[in-house]
Design a protein around this ligand. Structure first.
Ligand code: CO
Length: 134
């Protein structure tokens, strides 16, 4: 069902500093920041040859990553994203197998303009999993 690793997302307390670390210290290509108010994050993409790293910073009052940052004030890995061909088919199959889909269960449009869903970390060995239809 799952295909390529689309990205690994890392929450950072300071997006400027996080972007500079990846650009200047690690020598990667980093996109300009993009605000996603509906997700409560500002994001930059680190483009790697085989995948992407997303750096996420809190945006606004009730950000989905605010509590994560409270627990991990220095930042940390927040989720991993796998590609799927058909997100609704994937969702229904996973629900059938007993996995929990977060939120309403309906896909939202994610940072890349594609439908995404999140799966409960307790059902996936302690890892928040994002599915993105490509
Ligand atoms: Co993501």
């Amino acid at each position: 069902m799952i295909g390529r690793l689309n990205h690994v997302a890392i929450v950072v307390p300071d997006l400027e500093a996080g972007a500079a670390l990846y650009r200047d210290t690690l020598g990667a290509t980093v996109s300009p920041p993009q605000g996603l108010p509906e997700h409560g994050v500002t994001v930059v993409f680190v483009e790697l040859p085989n995948t992407k790293i997303e750096l996420l910073e809190v945006l606004g009052e009730d950000s989905a990553i605010a509590s994560f940052l409270e627990r991990n004030p220095n930042g940390g890995i927040h989720h991993i994203c796998y590609e799927v061909d058909d997100i609704l088919k994937a969702r229904d199959k996973l629900i059938e197998k007993g996995a929990r889909v977060l939120g309403s269960g309906e896909p939202k449009i994610g940072a890349h303009g594609k439908p995404v869903l999140f799966l409960h970390p307790k059902d996936f060995v302690g890892t928040l999993v994002e599915l993105e239809q490509v």
